[in-house]
Structure formats: C-alpha cells, structure tokens
Design a protein around this ligand. Structure first.
Ligand code: NAD
Length: 260
C-alpha cells in the first residue's frame, strides 16, 4: 500500500530513541522528510545517520528540549512546513502524589500536555490551509487504564486527551486535519528497561526475571517493538487515514481487558 507520504514534512519530537525513533523511521521509509528532535546531539546525529542510510526522505536534526519555548521554536524553524506532527517527550517519573508539589505537577503538565498543545497550536492552521494534516500524540495505555504509581502521567496525558477530543471534532476535520492518540502498552525501549530495573531493584529481583514476569502479564507474551509502533503511526499519518480522527489507538498486545 502506498501511504502517500512522499515529500510530506514531518516533525517527530523526542526521536533519537525508542517510540519516537520508530515513528521517524517508518515515515522516512515511506518517503516523508523528517525533522527529529532530542536533547542530546550525539544520539540524535547517530540516529539521523541511520535514517539517512535508509534512502527515503530528507532527515534534519534539531537538538533541544522540546518542553521549552526555545526547543519548540527551533524544531518548528527547521521544518519548511509541518504536514505531520508526532508529539512525544519523556514521561514523568513514578511516585506518590503526597510528595508532588505544584512545581512537580507543572513540569509534568508542561512536558506531556502543554508542549503538544503548543505545537498543535503552531501547526494545525497551516495544515488546514494546505488541506492535509496529521497529528499523532504519543501518550500511554495509562490514558485508558491508569497506572497507580504514574499519577503524573495519568493526569497530564488525560488532560491532553480530553483537549484533543474536542479539537479533533472542530472544523479542522473538514480540512483533512486529523488528530489522534497512539497509546503504547509495554514497548521494549530504554524507558521500559529503566522502569523494569527500578522495579527489580525495589523487590530484590533479577532484571531479566522481572522482564519475564512482565511479559507473562501480556496476552501476546512479549513486549512491542518500536518498528511496530512506527508502522501504525505511519498509517495514521497516511492519506488513507483521513476519516480517522479524535481516536485513541491502544497498542498493548491485548493487555487492556475491556471489550471496547
Ligand atoms: P525512550 O526513553 O526510549 O526515548 C525517549 C526519547 O525522547 C529519547 O530520544 C530522548 O532523547 C527523547 N526526549 C526525552 N525527553 C525529551 C525532551 N524533553 N525534549 C526532547 N527530547 C526528549 O522512551 P520511549 O519508551 O520511546 O517513550 C516515549 C514516550 O512514550 C514517553 O513519554 C513514555 O513515557 C511513553 N510510554 C512509553 C511506554 C513504553 O513501554 N516504552 C509505555 C507507555 C508510555
């Protein structure tokens, strides 16, 4: 299937590793030009070199913190125009809400709610004027089924999801601008490994034993891969997905137990 992405410009945030990188790779393979961002320039350049070697679209890099106004301005400036926006950033830390003061909450809201909203604000009217736009927000399965220790993530991402549910149904939809959430369950990335290591340490378990125990809780009996995540993202960004908006697509190997 030709996804119709050749020559489109995509801004993929937080994409030197993990799920963001998976999305960037899938888009480049489909012929889209991408601007990828991350804080550390070294990992970013290494990823860019690998993406360029795929021989797809053009790859540009912007080093900076996407949760800051400067980081967002630099990312937007590197894109001639934005047809596709993949919102992503690091997730907030786990913990007990009794320990979280206002500043802790503001940091989580900035990263996982307000940064995507600011980037949406900067790009969707241009998308609408060109008659093509795709926004994919990488959130979390925690939006559908909250994870107790990830209260900051549950709260901030649910705020984004609620806002987007309204915006996606605005007149933007008639201009072929779609906005959807892509909700990862357990994907084999650095972030998952850090979480597993911390959990194993807390319970005195071996890290691999902890990983195996987690895999057994997933009907698919394995973690997802960034490539699988990227493939779904690329489809959501494709010309075929213009009638799919305001949805939250869960990719979790069957973990969520509900019928819907
Ligand atoms: P990862 O740690 O593997 O990769 C994160 C990427 O984001 C890296 O390239 C890093 O450099 C970049 N980054 C982080 N903060 C940034 C910032 N402020 N500005 C610019 N770049 C930044 O993480 P991942 O597993 O790919 O997770 C991506 C998102 O998905 C996170 O918000 C995470 O909480 C969420 N998530 C992941 C999983 C999972 O199983 N992997 C599950 C649920 C939710």
């Amino acid at each position: 299937m030709d996804l119709g992405l050749t020559g489109k410009w995509a801004l993929v945030c937080a994409a030197s590793k993990g799920l963001g990188r998976g999305c960037a790779e899938a888009l480049v393979k489909e012929g889209a030009n991408v601007v990828i961002t991350a804080r550390g320039v070294e990992a970013l350049e290494a990823t860019a070199a690998e993406l360029r070697a795929l021989g797809g679209g053009e790859v540009r890099v912007v080093a900076g913190d996407i949760t800051t106004p400067d980081g967002r301005a630099a990312a937007l400036a590197a894109c001639p125009h934005v047809d596709i926006l993949v919102n992503n950033a690091g997730g907030p830390p786990p913990g007990d809400f009794r320990q979280w003061d206002r500043d802790t909450w503001i940091k989580a809201l900035d990263a996982n709610m307000l940064t995507p909203i600011e980037l949406i604000r900067a790009t969707v009217d241009g998308m609408a004027s060109r008659g093509y736009g795709r926004v994919v927000n990488i959130t979390s399965g925690a939006v559908k089924a909250p994870i107790g220790v990830l209260g900051l993530s549950n709260g901030a991402r649910s705020g984004l999801t609620g806002f987007v549910a309204g915006l996606a149904r605005s007149p933007l939809a008639a201009r072929n601008v779609t906005i959807n959430g892509l909700l990862p369950g357990a994907f084999d990335t650095d972030r998952l490994r850090v979480t597993l290591r911390a959990g194993a340490k807390a319970t005195g378990q071996d890290e691999e034993a902890a990983a195996d125990a987690r895999r057994r809780t997933i009907p698919a009996q394995r973690f997802g891969t960034p490539e699988e995540f990227g493939a779904v993202c690329a489809f959501l960004c494709s010309q075929h997905a213009g009638y799919l908006t305001g949805q939250n697509i869960l990719l979790d190997g069957g973990t969520y137990p509900g019928t819907f």
